[in-house]
Design a protein around this ligand. Structure first.
Ligand code: MN
Length: 240
């Protein structure tokens, strides 16, 4: 009851998402933020997108895979390139749509926000976003403080592709991280690439938390991770 959850990078796993909602007893009084990448890799990206957009207490943020769909629908990404990025099944779904349906989808995708803020008992006012900051477009309040929200906006506006697929927070040295003015919860990079033990557990530092536990690549042991903000615990879906 009245809980706040965050997950990320579900990647077309409709059954896994439903399993997660069951596991956490998600009800109308709870809130869920999905920090991007419901599309691609898994089979049911379009269906998953439709479901989360229909849930009034679930909000979806823009991930690079939603951006790929926007680029494809806007004629800025070729089918071959999208397939290379894992878009095969999403593309098949879109190819079955008529023009009106495609336009409706594009309209919905363009409305997805880049970030949101939640109140964390551990970290205070916290930014939730997909990739974090773009190291090539940091906005300084002064020498010692980087404005996280302004950096996200600047990175996206100056070079959307670079912001989504470039040198993100995972490449940031500690001198940069310690200047961030807010804690960040994000996904995008599967945590087995970051964790010292290569595990599919959430990654957590003093500056940010990555909860993409690799559900897009289940063969690597990847799974859905959900962060329970109130109780400061992680809930993992077992592999289906
Ligand atoms: Mn991503």
């Amino acid at each position: 009851m009245n809980k706040t959850y965050i997950c990320a990078d579900i990647h077309g796993d409709l059954a896994g998402y439903k399993e997660l909602l069951n596991l956490i007893d998600f009800d109308d009084t709870d809130r869920m933020t999905i920090a991007g990448d419901v599309l691609d890799r898994g089979k049911y990206g379009i269906e998953l997108l439709e479901l989360v957009l229909s849930q009034s207490n679930v909000s979806l943020l823009l991930g690079n895979h939603e951006m790929f769909a926007i680029m494809y629908l806007s004629g800025e990404l070729s089918q071959d390139d999208w397939i290379r990025f894992g878009g095969q099944d999403t593309l098949s779904g879109i190819l079955k749509m008529n023009q009106a349906k495609k336009e409706e989808l594009l309209h919905k995708l363009l409305a997805l926000p880049l970030y949101t803020e939640i109140e964390s008992p551990v970290y205070g006012n916290t930014v939730v976003t997909h990739t974090g900051i773009d190291l090539d477009n940091l906005v300084y309040v002064h020498d010692d403080v980087i404005d996280v929200k302004e950096s996200i906006k600047a990175g996206f506006e100056r070079n959307t592709y670079n912001f989504m697929c470039g040198r993100d927070i995972h490449y940031a040295p500690t001198e940069i991280l310690k200047r961030l003015n807010q804690y960040i919860i994000l996904g995008h990079v599967p945590t087995y690439y970051i964790n010292d033990d290569y595990s599919c557990n959430a990654y957590r530092s003093d500056y940010y938390m990555d909860i993409d536990c690799g559900n897009g690549k289940k063969r690597n042991g990847g799974r859905i991770c959900c962060y329970d903000v109130n109780d400061d615990i992680y809930i993992y879906c077992k592999q289906s």
